[in-house]
Design a protein around this ligand. Sequence first.
Ligand SMILES: NC(=O)c1ccc[n+]([C@@H]2O[C@H](COP(=O)([O-])OP(=O)(O)OC[C@H]3O[C@@H](n4cnc5c(N)ncnc54)[C@H](OP(=O)(O)O)[C@@H]3O)[C@@H](O)[C@H]2O)c1
Length: 221
Amino acid sequence: MRIGIIGAGNIGGNLTRRLTALGHEVYVANSRGPHTLTALAEETGATPVRAEEAARGAEVVVVAVPLKNVPDLPPGLLDEAAGNVAVIDTGNYYPRERDGRIAEIEEGLTESRWTERHLGHPVVKAFNGTYAQDILDRPRPGGHPERIALPVAGDDEAAKKTVRDLIGELGFDTVDAGGLDDSWRQQPGTPVYGLRAGVEEVARALAEASPERPGEFRGQR
Ligand SMILES: NC(=O)c1ccc[n+]([C@@H]2O[C@H](COP(=O)([O-])OP(=O)(O)OC[C@H]3O[C@@H](n4cnc5c(N)ncnc54)[C@H](OP(=O)(O)O)[C@@H]3O)[C@@H](O)[C@H]2O)c1
C-alpha cells in the first residue's frame, strides 16, 4: 500500500521502519522538512517529503504529531489522498507536560474527535496506547501466545477494517473499541492505555474504563 506518515518521531519513525520492512511504499514528513529525514530514508527506503505532500495518493495516512501541533498541519492535507483513505490518529492529550489546556477536550470531546475536526476528515484511533518501542520489539505471528492486542476505534467501518488488517500484518491483534465517541476508553489514564496483553484482557480493560478523566491528565486553568 501507499502510506503517508506525518510525524517522524518515536511513533512515526518506528511505523516507518516496520511498514517499509513489510514492503509498503512509505512517504514520511516532519515539521522541519525532508532534508532532515535523510538518515531515516537511508535506513528504511521511505521517501521523505513535505507534510503537504505526504498524503498524496495514500491509502493509509498516519498522523503521529504531538496533539498540540495538529492545528499547524497544512490545510487540505488529505485532499489528494486516495478516495478511500484510512487516517490513523496515534495522538494523546498531555495537557500538563506538552499540549497545554484544550477546553473542548476538558469538556468531554474525545481527543481523536478533536483531531478529526482539525483535519476535516474521519480518523481511526490506533497505536495511541502502544509504546513506540513495542512496534519494533513485540510483533508476533498470529496465534502466538505473546501476541498483544491493540484497541482500534473509529466510525468508518471500512477504514477501521483497513487499519485492523494493517495492524495484523504488523504483528498485533486488534480489538474493536467502537466508534470515535467511545474512544475515551483508550485515552491516557485508562486501564488499556499502555497495557501489553492479548485480546480478552484488552477487551476487559476497555469495558472497565471510567469516563472520568484522571486528574493528572486534566489541564490546569
Ligand atoms: N512516544 C510513544 O511511545 C507514543 C506512543 C503512542 C502514541 N504516542 C502519541 O503519538 C503522538 C506523537 O508522539 P511521538 O512520541 O512520536 O512524538 P515525537 O517523538 O515528539 O515526534 C513528533 C513528530 O511530529 C513532527 N511534527 C510536529 N509538528 C509537525 C507539523 N506541524 N507538521 C509535520 N510534522 C510535525 C515532528 O517533526 P520535527 O521533529 O521536525 O518537529 C516529529 O517528527 C503524540 O500525540 C503521542 O502522545 C506516542
